[in-house]
Design a protein. Sequence first.
Length: 171
Amino acid sequence: MRELLIREIHEKDNAAVEQVIRSCLKEYGADHEGTAWCDPDLGRFSKIYQAEGTRYWVAEDACGRIAGGTGIGILPEVEKTCELQKMYLLPEYRGTGTAHRLLETALSFASKYYDFCYLETLENMKEAQRFYEKHGFCRIDEKLGDTGHFDCDVRYRKDLRSFRKEDRESG
């Protein structure tokens, strides 16, 4: 499998990204209220991720197919903290390094605006939890902010200040 292109989302990608997210949510039995399934902004990512300190990236294969994506969004009422949002990848692209590249792109961007990155996931998404832990996210008990995803029962946070330091040392 060839390496996928990681790029910012375009309007033409909105429907494909929504399909990827819905497919992954169904895969994990999360196609219900309290998850991204009922997010009113699904299908509008190219519009909502234009504010300062926000972005959404997609992974695109050589044929133009969207394999997945992730975003950095504002976490209202939580100072200096962003939220890693809507990170999903179709099953056939998992384990290829694509998720790593998406995450690194998002965190590099986020570290320019925020000190911490927060995310929510589901208990049954064990592979995702291992992935986040491998990339320096620490599981926390408390919910931060109001994401609207009341069914997401696992939370993580990463200190981006150390990420900025790693960037400086490698660059």
